[in-house]
Every structure is written in C-alpha cells, then in structure tokens.
Design a protein around this ligand. Structure first.
Ligand SMILES: [Zn+2]
Length: 417
C-alpha cells in the first residue's frame, strides 16, 4: 500500500488511571460523545504512536497501529528531516488529560539520564528518551510546578516548623542564607528537598510524626486555611502520614491556569497536576520518576540525581487575546502545539510543515478540502487526524464555533543538549 496525501482519521486509546474523572464529571467521554461507564475513571486519551497505546488508522477496512504504519512508511509519514532526526518514530505524544484528583509529584529525566536509566532499569524506565512536556488548560487547571522562589521557601520553613525540624541542618542553612545568588539558592533548595526525600525513606516514623504535627497545627490554627493547607489535609486522609509528597505541597508553586494558558516543564523540574482538564504534549516517552502522592514505585535516589532545582515563578504561556491562532513556543524540538479558534463559516488555508502533523477538534466541527479533485472529509468534536508529510496545502472550513489543536515537529532544539 501507499501513503496518500490525505488526512488519516485516528482511533485513540483511553487510559483509565484511578485519578481520572468519573461519571457526569468525566470530560473525555463528553469530548468524544460516548457514554461514561458508571464508576470507571477516564484519565487520558493518547493520540500518537507510543507502543504502550498507539492510535490506530483504518486502511482498507483493517485497523493498523500507527507505530507499525510509521515503521512501514517512515519517509511518507514523517518526511526526510524528522525521520533522520528522530529515528523513524513519531517524535511526540499528544494527550487529553482529565484529573479529578492529584497525580503523583514527578520529575522527568533529561535525554542522557533517560538513556542511562533505561539501560539500568528498563522495567521502570520503559523509554531511552527524555520527556519535555507542555500542559495547556482546556477549562481551568490547578497544578504544582517547580520550586517556589527562594524567599517564599524560607518563609514556608518558618510557617511549617514540622517541616523545618524534619529537614534539620538543611533547613537551617537555607534560612540562614543572606541574599544567595541564583546558583546558591538552587543548591540550598536542592539540598533541602534531597534531605526531605532521603529522610522520608530512612525514617518513615519521624515523617509520619512531622506530618501529623503539622496537620494538628493547621486544625488548631483558628483561622481560615489556604488552598494548599486544605489540600494537604485532604491528601493526608488519602495517602496517610508517611507520604513525602505531602510536605512537597508547601515547597512547590501552586499555579492556576485558565483556558488556553499553558506551562512548559523541562527535565529536572518537580510538578503535579492537582485538578482540571488539559491538553498535554510531550516527547514520545513514558519516563516518570515519582516523589510522593502515590502508592506507586518511588525511586528517591534517582530523583535526587535528576533534580534540577531552579527556585522561582514558572513562566505561563498565554493565548493571543484576539488572534485566531496561538502558537505555544517551547525549547522542545519534538513538538510545537498551536491552538486555533475559528468562527462558524470561517475558513483557513493550511500550509503543512513537511513533517508529521496531528490535529484534534475540541469544539465545533471542520470540513477539510484538499487535492485537485476537491476531496473532503469532516471531523467533529473529539475527532483527530494525522496529516502525513506527503500532504501539501489543504483548507479548513469551520462549522460552528470551532477550537482545534495542532501538533507539528519543529526539529530545531536546544533542550538538554
Ligand atoms: Zn510530567
């Protein structure tokens, strides 16, 4: 068979992780216009060619996994440049996420670290690839992202004596520092976090005592609690006193993203989604090192090794206020996500990138027109398609108020070089 210059409709897999939204609150079934199975969590929709859950393409009545289709036709689907740069694989993985509760706090390795981890422990680190990622809010999204500014961490240690006592000398050194340089601040914060993680493993009992001491302090505070304090108490009910992620809540930035706002997470930065619906795009990898708020595998020494602390406020990428297109620029070479908003009846001529492109309609519906014979296809809300590298210019016509996400592989990079 041949890959033709046309869009290929994708059939995507849903991941039912426990933190996903359920029932009437489940976003993914609503997006896809399918019934939500009672009690079943709908966490992620994977759009891409990751071997764990590849999308499928229907060719001559048969469903073909996208990773296999790409392996058979790398030049036609990926184009010469992307196939050369990324080893004949789709370089990105695109997802819709719907978090009803907090995900584990995690850090992703850079490329060199990922290769070493995969070699050492392939069962836990399934990919020899890094995982830079972007999160784009579909409605509102609450997350933890990176270490708070140095002064706020010092203030936190004063306000949470149980945490300061538990981390002992590291906390004292941090609080004693006078106007540290950014490098000194990063080192002090890294040392504090490493102490917290290591001691939580060697002295679980002391951790449990410290967590319950802080919970008592909050309950007896006699004042309205802040959002993080409320979440600390709620998550403690769920994970118990000896989950190290509970104290991490106080050290990381709490971020609220509105519709269309985004955050890029490079390697080495601790982060966790707390609640909301989002688009996520990442390098094609499933490598995660977890640091709490999870009953899953926790590899503290690896986490300390790959941590790249850079205390400060995260940079929020904001949508262009009136433009019909927002391009989310990041340093990642594997993906570049854009969000298009079209009014009903509006059309748009699309010049393709010469590489693989993936599109997802999140609102409204579009008609695609391409080729000299005027071929057309319609994609409604929740539907997605692949545009192979061999496809040239095409046209999109919006039917109803339409929102589309597009991913291309830009190729140029300075991430983790
Ligand atoms: Zn992540």
């Amino acid at each position: 068979m041949k890959i033709r210059p046309r869009p290929y409709r994708l059939i995507n897999q849903i991941q039912h992780y426990a933190w996903g939204a359920r029932g009437a609150a489940a976003f993914i079934p609503r997006l896809l216009n399918i019934p939500a199975e009672p009690g079943q969590p709908y966490a992620e929709l994977w759009i891409g060619a990751h071997p764990k859950a590849p999308s499928e393409v229907v060719i001559k009545g048969a469903r073909v996994p996208l990773d296999r289709l790409i392996a058979a036709h790398p030049r036609e689907i990926l184009g010469e440049t992307v196939a050369m740069a990324f080893g004949e694989r789709l370089p990105f993985l695109f997802k819709v996420l719907s978090a009803a509760e907090a995900l584990s706090i995690q850090v992703h390795p850079n490329k060199a670290q990922a290769i070493a981890l995969h070699k050492r422990d392939p069962a836990h680190y399934p990919d020899a690839n890094h995982k830079p990622e972007i999160a784009i809010a579909l409605d509102s999204l609450t997350l933890l992202a990176g270490f708070k500014p140095f002064a706020e961490i010092a203030a936190t240690l004063a306000a949470v004596p149980a945490l300061a006592d538990f981390t002992g000398a590291a906390a004292e050194r941090l609080r004693a520092a006078q106007r540290p340089t950014p490098a000194e601040a990063a080192e002090l914060v890294g040392e504090l976090y490493a102490t917290l993680l290591r001691r939580s493993l060697t002295d679980q009992e002391a951790l449990a005592v410290a967590v319950s001491r802080h919970a008592r302090q909050l309950r007896e505070a006699g004042r309205p609690l802040g959002e993080i304090e409320e979440r600390f108490l709620a998550l403690r009910e769920k994970y118990g006193d000896d989950d190290v992620g509970l104290f991490s809540l106080f050290l990381l930035n709490l971020v609220h993203l509105q519709r269309g706002e985004a955050l890029f997470t490079p390697a080495g930065v601790p982060h966790a989604y707390l609640e909301g619906n989002l688009i996520e795009c990442m390098a094609n990898s499933d490598n995660v090192v977890r640091a709490g708020l999870t009953p899953k595998f926790r590899d503290v020494e690896t986490l300390v090794e790959i941590l790249a602390p850079a205390p400060g406020r995260p940079a929020i990428l904001r949508p262009s206020p009136d433009a019909q297109e927002t391009v989310y620029h990041t340093p990642a070479s594997e993906f570049e996500v854009s969000r298009w908003e079209l009014r009903s009846g509006q059309s748009r001529r699309v010049t393709t990138s010469g590489g693989p492109e993936v599109y997802l309609v999140t609102r409204g519906s579009i008609q695609l027109r391409w080729g000299t014979n005027g071929e057309t296809a319609t994609f409604g809300q929740g539907e997605s398609f692949l545009v192979p590298a061999v496809m040239g210019i095409f046209e999109i016509l919006a039917q109803g108020h339409t929102e589309i996400f597009r991913v291309v592989a830009p190729g140029e990079s300075n991430v983790n070089k």
